[in-house]
Design a protein around this ligand. Structure first.
Ligand SMILES: NC(=O)C1=CN([C@@H]2O[C@H](COP(=O)(O)OP(=O)(O)OC[C@H]3O[C@@H](n4cnc5c(N)ncnc54)[C@H](O)[C@@H]3O)[C@@H](O)[C@H]2O)C=CC1
Ligand SMILES: O=C(O)[C@@H]1CCC=N1
Length: 290
């Protein structure tokens, strides 16, 4: 079941700590702050010592930051929810260090691709409550799509809190953990595929003589219109495509070029490869002894 953003947001008052403050952490933070579901002063952002980045986050969002080793430890200890938002390669070391400092009511929310609930608990060295999520960067404008799995240690209140967090920035789909990599291939990485198509359309527009601005605006409106059509009409994309494609017309000519290049199969293979790569990253983390 997919749950949708709520019009009346619940204010999250529990102290949150983003352990890793890069693109994904900022996308979630921006969505939460824009929707006023968190008190920025109750949110602490950590990184490995990039002070400029932390200064920017303070100025832009009014959050608290912890750049020094001592303040980092204190921020992690005080947080009710710790959002793991570092790159997979940095996660094993960070989790091993974090484990011994945790109390049992602290919730770990991971956004890290491939990192399984069992691996998180193994690296922490304890059966901590864990929510494994796969959001995407569209969370920053409230249009994210987040996949979600809970460990059995997560309480009802903690489940609700995680739903509130991610429903504030988009839709939430609770799934089985075995489906997480496929979901990553669709919605976690999916924005990049759409940008890739948009880049190609804009390039073709410019090469055909439109101004860069015209090509960009026409492409944006076309992508917005097409996705809203699928959502609002409830029709299948294939049926909507058929309505655009007059027999022997210009669209049919374009689709023929795509089919000759096996584009659909290529996209399916890309999604499958993304899922496989997430599994590879998860396996590497399982074996990481750093
Ligand atoms: N960018 C995206 O579209 C999505 C990313 N993700 C996941 O989000 C995670 C982060 O990705 P990005 O934000 O793109 O990476 P990023 O490179 O922009 O940010 C990573 C952050 O982690 C910090 N960090 C690393 N090790 C640390 C440590 N030991 N202590 C404190 N801070 C530490 C870095 O300083 C940096 O602030 C990844 O695991 C990725 O799988 C998930 C969904 C979508
Ligand atoms: O490329 C990555 O590894 C992350 C996971 C989903 C989107 N970006």
């Amino acid at each position: 079941m997919m749950s949708h953003p709520q019009s009346l947001q619940t204010l999250i008052t529990e102290p949150l700590c983003f352990y890793g403050s890069g693109s994904m952490a900022e996308a979630i933070l921006r969505g939460l702050v824009n929707r006023a579901v968190v008190v920025p002063a109750h949110v602490t952002m950590l990184n490995r010592g990039n002070k400029e980045r932390l200064d920017y986050l303070v100025q832009r969002y009014g959050v608290a930051v912890a750049g020094e080793e001592s303040t980092r430890t204190a921020a992690l200890q005080q947080a009710k929810v710790i959002v793991l938002a570092m790159k997979p390669v940095d996660a094993a070391h960070a989790l091993r260090q974090l484990g011994p400092t945790l109390t049992e009511d602290q919730l770990i929310v991971s956004v890290i691709a491939g990192l399984e609930v069992g691996t998180i608990q193994h690296l922490l060295g304890r059966k901590q409550p864990v929510a494994r999520t796969m959001p995407n960067t569209s969370s920053s404008i409230g249009l994210g799509a987040t996949g979600l799995v809970f460990s059995e240690e997560v309480s009802l209140e903690q489940r609700q809190l995680v739903h509130h967090l991610f429903e504030a920035v988009g839709t939430v789909t609770e799934i089985e953990e075995s489906q997480m990599e496929t979901l990553t291939g669709i919605s976690g990485s999916g924005p990049a595929y759409i940008y890739y198509v948009m880049e190609s359309m804009i390039r073709a527009g410019i090469e055909g003589g439109l101004s860069a601005e015209q090509a960009r605006e026409l492409t944006i409106q076309t992508v917005i219109g097409a996705s809203h059509m699928v959502q609002q009409t409830g029709e299948e994309p294939a049926a909507l495509r058929a309505k655009v494609t007059s027999p022997n017309g210009s669209t049919a000519a374009a689709i023929k070029v795509f089919e000759d290049a096996h584009m659909q199969d290529t996209i399916v293979r890309g999604v499958e490869r993304c899922a496989e790569r997430s599994r590879e990253m998860g396996a590497a983390l399982k074996e990481d002894n750093s």
